[in-house]
Design a protein around this ligand. Structure first.
Ligand SMILES: Cc1cc2nc3c(=O)[nH]c(=O)nc-3n(C[C@H](O)[C@H](O)[C@H](O)COP(=O)(O)O)c2cc1C
Length: 175
């Protein structure tokens, strides 16, 4: 079977009927529940950088590949595209404040946050339920986001339940 992929310059699909309204698309997406993670990288000066993401997705088991999707307008995107290594820490249900800081604070996001440096450099958030250290293997510009792929080179897990985001708010696992 041949799998075709649209290149970055490919034209948009011709919709059948009316194009999808952006608000309707956002509303439909808000019905999904996802884990909340902090994607991290070292800046050019070796300083820790990170942002809250819900786009972290395992892609392949063999080899172990993951993806994260970062908005093209996010200044941190360049750090991820310039670094060989990045990490993803999946937040635990009590780490809502960390999620908010890494989504909203313009600077000083690591202030007051306990973290340690992974073997490959990028910071890992202490207390997260899982942490993945990744070597960047490629990127794919997709509309207003860039999908960054990585091969997982090291994982760490801990007790606890993951923090969730869905229906436009932070949630806890009820089951
Ligand atoms: C729950 C949640 C999930 C998010 N997921 C993503 C994501 O997958 N990709 C992304 O680029 N931004 C995501 N964001 C937004 C970024 O965290 C935010 O835009 C970024 O930290 C702003 O950084 P900047 O000020 O450096 O642009 C998410 C925010 C929240 C609260």
């Amino acid at each position: 079977m041949v799998v075709k992929s649209a290149g970055p310059d490919a034209g948009r699909a011709k919709p059948i009927g009316e194009p999808v309204n952006p608000d309707a698309f956002r509303d439909a997406c808000s019905r999904m529940a996802t884990s909340v993670s902090v994607a991290t990288v070292l800046g050019q000066g070796g300083e820790p950088q990170g942002l809250t993401i819900s786009s972290f997705t395992p892609v392949s088991l063999e080899p172990p590949l993951v993806l994260i999707s970062i908005g093209n307008e996010t200044p941190l995107l360049d750090y991820f595209l310039q670094s060989e290594w990045f990490a993803v820490s999946v937040l635990e249900e009590t780490q809502r404040g960390i999620a908010a800081s890494f989504a909203e604070k313009p600077e000083g996001r690591f202030d007051g946050v306990s973290w340690n440096q992974g073997v490959y450099g990028p910071p890992l958030i202490d207390g997260s339920v899982a942490a993945f250290e990744c070597r960047r293997t490629g990127e794919y510009r997709a509309g207003d986001h860039t999908v960054v792929f990585g091969e997982v080179v090291r994982v760490r897990v801990a007790e606890g339940k993951p923090l969730l985001y869905g229906a436009r708010g932070y949630r806890r696992l009820a089951l």
